[in-house]
Design a protein around this ligand. Structure first.
Ligand SMILES: [Zn+2]
Length: 439
């Protein structure tokens, strides 16, 4: 591409401290060529001059479901990672609950090869904690780590006993990998919904206690483990936030994430295309008190990371059929939180929760990714966005195959203009000379 001069931007520096105001940044041949003030634009370069425009290290999403290999009608690696780049992400972590799950070295190698071929941004592949995610026998964690697993999670299920989780934490810990869990207690869920299956009031059947109980039990496993790091995925309740806060005070090696949808949406939520159909996700969207606790936890660092839990699904062919739970979310993480009144004032913390913190949580396996800092002379690994810019998720702007988002056709604040990963431009809005992929 031609040179890109970003004029008078706000530069986020999650490692160094407060943002720098009014910096000019010239990117040429994939490198941060020069940083300064009052810079002249080299001939032929594209100049971006937008009031309030922000440059930050490229985001890292700790939690996505790419669906491929296994369910390519829901999503492809190529489309999910294009959506990620358009959402400001320079890398994503892919969960192991593919069909079949990534619980062997053979399966892992197949995924790594496909991720490398088709990923627009680097994909760090997680492997399963237990065989078939069934919680009965541990997968060969040491071998999987040696073959390139970035971490371990049975996400989608939470069938591990406390004792097996303890063993998993120790085995994964010996390799420097974290164990991430989907904290919903399957015993509590079964008691709340003894007949199982789909029910239009499903959100009532996934009680808050299921999450609190699972977090309590996982922290118990961590306490008794000799080593290892625990990551709690998609927290949704005030009770879980409080348990994590206490555990961190105690000094336990635990981290936690929240999704944009749990922060900004209150459940239950009606599908705008079919008024009697409910949009659901696991864990379900909660009420005001829980959401206030999530914002507070994010603000004070109890919740480390903002992650999408990108969960694309096809639309049901029968309009009366229920959609599968989960939202296609990687393209709207930043915009959804910035569109909430709580989001703007937390901008620097949000950037940290999308850059430095997820990298730190992932640990030494993230060494293939550059430091989360924008520095002169380095390959560009950054995202450029206008926090006030407005866009709408719709056919012309949406890059995921899954259109299952509660934000569909809703105006959102927070417009990503460009994303670079490890010296390559992976997203460029058309007005900056990008491909005709986005209006
Ligand atoms: Zn989950």
């Amino acid at each position: 591409m031609r040179g890109l001069l970003l004029r008078s931007v706000r530069l986020m520096r999650p490692l160094e401290g407060p943002a720098l105001e009014a910096v000019d940044i010239l990117i040429q041949d994939g490198r941060v060529e020069e940083m300064g003030n009052g810079m002249a634009a080299p001939a032929g370069s594209v100049v971006v001059e937008r009031e309030g425009c922000v440059v930050a290290p490229a985001f890292l999403d700790l939690h996505t479901h790419l669906r491929e290999p296994g369910q390519p009608w829901k999503e492809r690696i190529a489309t999910a990672t294009a959506a990620a780049a358009a959402g400001g992400f320079g890398a994503v972590c892919a969960m192991a609950n593919l069909r079949p799950p990534v619980d062997s070295v053979v399966r892992l190698r197949e995924c790594l090869a496909k991720n490398r071929s088709w990923g627009r941004v680097p994909v760090l592949q997680f492997a399963a904690v237990s065989e078939q995610l069934a919680g009965q026998r541990l997968a060969p964690l040491g071998e999987l780590a040696g073959a390139g697993a970035a971490g371990f999670s049975d996400d989608g299920r939470n069938a591990l006993s406390q004792e097996l989780l303890r063993q998993a934490l120790e085995q994964a810990g010996a390799t420097g990998r974290l164990v991430a869990i989907h904290p919903e207690d399957e015993g509590v869920l079964a008691a709340a919904n003894p007949w199982g299956g789909e029910d239009p009031t499903a959100w009532l059947l996934r009680p808050r206690e299921a999450e609190v109980s699972a977090v309590r039990s996982a922290l118990g496993a961590l306490r008794s483990a000799g080593q290892g790091r625990l990551h709690l995925q998609h927290l949704s309740t005030s009770g879980a936030v409080e348990l994590v806060r206490e555990a961190k005070r105690e000094g336990l090696p635990v981290s936690a994430e929240v999704t944009a949808h749990h922060l900004v949406l209150e459940g239950p939520l009606r599908d705008p295309e079919a008024r009697d159909r409910e949009l659901t996700c696991n864990p379900p969207l909660r009420g005001d008190e829980d959401r206030a606790a999530l914002w507070e936890g994010l603000a004070d660092g109890t919740i480390d990371v903002l992650a999408s839990d990108h969960a694309p699904h096809e639309s049901p062919s029968d309009p009366l059929q229920r959609r599968s739970p989960g939202f296609s979310g990687v393209q709207v993480q930043l915009s959804a939180v910035l569109s909430d009144p709580h989001g703007g004032p937390l901008l620097e913390r949000l950037v940290e929760a999308l850059t430095a913190r997820p990298l730190e949580v992932l640990g030494r396996v993230s060494e293939g990714l550059p430091e989360p800092a924008v520095r002169e002379g380095q390959p560009a690994h950054l995202t450029v966005f206008d926090p006030e810019g407005v866009w709408r998720p719709e056919a012309g702007s949406w890059l995921s195959l899954g259109t299952n988002t509660p934000f569909w056709e809703r105006p959102l604040r927070g417009l990503v203009l460009a994303t670079f990963t490890r010296g390559r431009v992976v997203f460029l809005r058309r007005e900056l000379g990008g491909e005709a992929e986005l209006a």
